[in-house]
Design a protein around this ligand. Structure first.
Ligand code: APR
Length: 242
């Protein structure tokens, strides 16, 4: 059976299919990835922009970068991959989406059981009083101040060296441990603990599927590999199933 038929068959048989997604799934709507050709970390140094130390050293510089990323994110809608993944959930084939992305596009596409491991760039958090707020658009003032206490606001995302939100991590582990089919879509598998989830799923006997134009450290534990853009594969799978 061709790989696509095998994936369609696996989705039909699976009782708990979970998807883990990364920046590659949003690359199709023009949001740059971090690694690989044209990736953000080719032009910027993460330790200068995505760490608490960088933020406290120069909050304005970090906020200029995040305001630029917010412009990108708020000006784009979900792509085909987000949309087909949401439809696969609606049709009962996918039970959860665990994402490393902070762009909120899975939720906008209609996915319902979404675990945002690294937070959301659409939300800010006050560094003084802890107040959280969903943004309607990119921040206008840089750096933004808390309306309640005047404290410095930060993006409500996880920076390098920071703990993941405990509830998100425990939900991700729970979904991974329940999975018997684990789709790994658009991630380089470079950042932990997210990158450990596919191996955990495989250890629990799940079939791991990689959807990524490039090879990654996850390739070696994948039973099926699709070297193609996520939108193309998920559209083909959805059309086969419906
Ligand atoms: N479809 C599927 N995969 C794609 C596509 C596409 N159309 N385009 C690119 N990719 C793949 C690339 O080949 C690469 O393997 O997406 C992957 C993107 O990898 P990264 O840029 O490293 O993104 P990600 O794995 O999500 O990074 C994890 O690193 O910087 C931190 O917090 C940040 O959440 C991020 C984490």
């Amino acid at each position: 059976m061709g790989p696509l038929n095998r994936l369609v068959g696996a989705l039909r048989e699976a009782s708990h299919c979970v998807a883990l997604t990364g920046a590659g799934i949003s690359a199709e709507v023009g949001i740059p990835t971090f690694r690989g050709s044209g990736g953000l970390w080719e032009r910027h140094r993460p330790e200068e922009l995505a760490t608490p130390e960088a933020f406290w050293r120069d909050p304005e510089k970090v906020w200029r970068w995040y305001a630029w990323r917010q412009e990108l994110v708020f000006s784009r809608g979900p792509g085909p991959a987000h949309t087909y993944l949401a439809r696969l959930e609606e049709a009962g084939y996918v039970k959860a989406v665990i994402t490393q992305n902070v762009d909120g596009l899975h939720i906008l596409a209609g996915s319902r059981n979404v675990v945002e491991l690294h937070g959301s760039i659409r939300r800010v958090r006050c560094t003084r009083c802890g107040h959280r707020e969903e943004l309607a658009g990119p921040v206008r003032e840089v750096p933004p101040r808390c309306a309640r206490c005047g404290g410095l606001l930060r993006p409500d995302v996880v920076w390098f060296g920071e703990e993941l939100p405990r509830d998100a991590l425990s939900r991700a582990l729970e979904e991974t441990e329940k999975s018997d089919l684990f789709l790994v879509i658009g991630t380089s598998g470079a950042v932990y603990p997210a990158a450990a989830l596919p191996a955990l799923a495989a250890r629990r006997g799940a079939v791991v599927v990689e959807i990524n134009p490039e090879e990654t450290p996850i390739t070696r534990i994948a039973s099926m590999v699709f070297r193609a853009p996520a939108g193309e594969v998920l559209r083909a799978v959805y059309e086969e199933l419906s």
